[in-house]
Design a binder for this molecule. Structure first.
Ligand SMILES: Cc1cc2nc3c(=O)[nH]c(=O)nc-3n(C[C@H](O)[C@H](O)[C@H](O)COP(=O)(O)OP(=O)(O)OC[C@H]3O[C@@H](n4cnc5c(N)ncnc54)[C@H](O)[C@@H]3O)c2cc1C
Ligand SMILES: NC(=O)c1ccc[n+]([C@@H]2O[C@H](COP(=O)([O-])OP(=O)(O)OC[C@H]3O[C@@H](n4cnc5c(N)ncnc54)[C@H](OP(=O)(O)O)[C@@H]3O)[C@@H](O)[C@H]2O)c1
Length: 246
């Protein structure tokens, strides 16, 4: 693995468990939706984990969005970094959770839990989704209202693409105006997500990308399979493309 030494230019603490780092580092070009690795030397050992780029390709500083996982080794060290501190960034990016893996269709649905919204924001900051799809839907499912970050960016995207772009939040552990309660798979089963978005899911016209909590991904894929959607694979193109965060 080839590491580049990056410098922290911003550490934004959104809440007790949630933060973003902005880092300048001379990494190789990446495609929106891909991830790199970040690393720190902790007790003499280089500890590395994968993280999705949130910024658009070609932009500096690089941006990443984190949860401090309970007892998590690296996330609890990254949250303590200050402006000017060093962090290692893997030079090359990885991953196939990118729009060039998605076959042409009418509507693109992006379903995220927690920090899984990061690769979608990177994609939405590029021109590709707006050129390729009639409608683009972003769904962000979180536990609490405070976990609904990047609302300004989403509002700017809605203003820039009023006909094309729709957003729906889920807040599962408290009530929040404008958000749906509960979880994505249940709302796919009872139709409440489609009702709220005034848009119907159909394998002939929709592709779904899912990112974040692997249980959400698994449960949602189960529901979608019952509705005729199939996993998208390079050899057998389908309607569901996924990225599991753990
Ligand atoms: C392709 C890919 C992209 C990723 N991108 C991001 C990202 O953009 N932002 C991010 O915060 N994490 C991301 N992760 C997860 C990240 O790599 C680490 O697993 C996470 O930061 C925990 O590392 P740690 O050393 O603090 O915890 P560890 O000591 O390794 O403990 C890991 C445990 O923390 C929990 N966990 C891991 N990631 C998350 C998460 N994102 N949200 C909630 N709980 C979690 C799980 O229960 C997991 O078993 C990504 C993972 C993958 C595979
Ligand atoms: N966010 C916090 O306030 C908080 C607090 C302490 C620690 N942490 C750390 O952060 C980690 C997770 O943070 P997170 O908020 O991103 O948690 P998460 O557990 O991934 O929750 C994000 C959203 O996904 C939903 N979800 C969970 N399992 C699902 C499933 N099987 N199908 C569909 N949806 C599902 C959650 O609903 P439910 O609410 O119904 O589960 C919630 O709405 C924890 O494991 C912990 O390490 C976070």
């Amino acid at each position: 693995m080839e590491w580049v030494e990056g410098k922290v230019v911003d550490n934004i603490n959104w809440s007790e468990n949630l933060f973003s780092l902005r880092i300048t580092a001379e990494v190789d070009p990446f495609t929106a939706g891909q991830f790199t690795s970040l690393a720190l030397d902790i007790d003499g050992e280089r500890i590395a984990r994968p993280y999705s780029y949130l910024n658009a390709p070609g932009q500096q500083p690089l941006e990443f969005f984190f949860y401090t996982a309970t007892g998590g080794v690296l996330s609890n060290a990254l949250v303590n970094l200050s402006v000017g501190d060093s962090v290692f960034v893997r030079r090359q990016s990885n991953g196939f959770f990118t729009l060039d893996e998605v076959p042409d269709t009418n509507d693109l649905w992006m379903l995220a839990t927690g920090t899984g919204i990061a690769p979608f924001l990177s994609m939405l900051y590029t021109s590709e989704p707006w050129q390729r799809f009639q409608r683009v839907v972003l769904v962000h499912a979180v536990r609490t209202r405070l976990d609904l970050q990047y609302q300004d960016s989403i509002a700017a995207l809605l203003a820039a693409h009023p006909q094309q772009f729709r957003f729906q939040a889920f807040v599962s552990r408290e009530s929040a105006a404008g958000s749906l309660p509960g979880r994505i798979p249940a709302a796919l089963t009872d139709g409440s997500l489609e009702q709220s978005l005034e848009l119907t899911l159909n394998p002939a016209t929709s592709h779904l990308m899912l990112c974040g909590n692997p249980d959400m991904v698994k449960d949602a894929v189960e529901v979608l399979k019952q509705r005729g959607f199939r996993k998208n694979r390079r050899r057998t193109p389908g309607h569901i493309t996924v990225e599991n965060y753990w």
